[in-house]
Design a binder for this molecule. Sequence first.
Ligand code: UN1
Length: 486
Amino acid sequence: MSPAEEAASILKELGVNADGGDLVSSSPIDGSEIGRVRTADPAEAARAAVEAFERWRTVPAPRRGELVRLLGEELRAAKEPLAKLVTLESGKILQEGLGEVQEMIDICDFAVGLSRQLYGLTIASERSNHRMMEQWHPLGPVLVISAFNFPVAVWAWNAALALVCGNPVIWKPSEKTPLTAEAVTALMKRALKRFGDAPEGLVQLVQGGREIGEQLVDDPRIALVSATGSTAMGRAVGPRVAQRFGRALLELGGNNAMIVCPSADLALAERAILFSAAGTAGQRCTTLRRLIVHERVADQLVARLKQLFAHVKVGDPREHDTLVGPLIDESAFDGMKRVLGERIERVDAISGGYYVRPALVEAEAQAGTVLQETFAPILYALRYREFDEALRLNNEVPQGLSSAIFTNDLREAERFLSAAGSDCGIANVNIGPSGAEIGGAFGGEKETGGGRESGSDSWRAYMRRQTNTVNYGTDLPLAQGIRFDI
Ligand code: UN1
């Protein structure tokens, strides 16, 4: 079946109408049009979200969790068709499409539990007959800006937490993946219907281009802008939100490295490298982009990787033995070509799609394009002699998302995880830098933007903290022992 036919039948199955409007979705599989959607009015969305907030914030959190539980059920039931649509629209292989939907289900489960655990602290007061505590209250409308490479999971990380935290959600998805957003919104609508009395405007989808995104970013009614995408996008969004004293949660580019030490289990490292460098056609923010390998094992490892890269199956992401699907579009291909020049190897898979062979580039020094995030499967290999040098290389890039070390030496592993080790938000031992579980906080430092999404206590970004002091005595002692007698 052609991507267009397949998309049409999935959309029908999921009850989505995507044949009108002027935002066109094309499949990276062959470049063909697979649907059209309508753009929406951002000001109207913000208005409706504020109205929804007034009601949703007083719904008990565990009851709010029920809505997310129902969403999880809808996602479980629709896992396969939704994953197939992710494959058709983003080009990632079906296994990864399924993984992405599983990531949505996992975060729903996490958020349901969280809905009964939005804990504040009690704090010892310095005054007698006083009690201090902090509460976490709903924040307000949350705008989720997501990228094409995780067209559905990133929304779910944000929406599941925002909803249990008492906030309405407006979603501005990538213009490159509007259909998957429509499909998820249709599933959400089903969950809302089963839930019964959720306010209108609680969960909204605003399709459109950059200007529509900017209008939302600038709207003072949006309390939190959670933006996942390139550093360039974050550089545009961050200051605009700061300008109006809004809150921003940025999860931006990565330039993730793996250190391979002499004691490393090389067979394990090879598998981790192949998945994290070539998987998703190099289009994850956690993709492995730099290999920092000890000179004693470098020849062996690089030779083996060259072989693996030369043979990994690049092609139609719907075929079960394909490991590397197409790049998202021509501009991604041009970006890769700018870096590789004539060394770029285009794979003649399906005409209209941009299929490339993952590239392994031995770099003399960490300079030029090695410092940039090129959103394509390019892995730079650098050599090191002293461990300190490896650590320095790991950290000496502008981005700070993910990192990994392969070693069986306890001291090296612990130094990598120490305060003087990796400066990234994610640091792994004997696991590649990509493919994180939702239970941990996800995000990174420096040009990665500093925000944390998903697990651990990331929920706090979606709430406002209030400190309360209560006097249950008959006196009015002042803090710091100040006397102010009348
Ligand atoms: C992204 O690429 O924007 O850790 C997110 C991972 C996935 C999420 C990636 N769980 O690779």
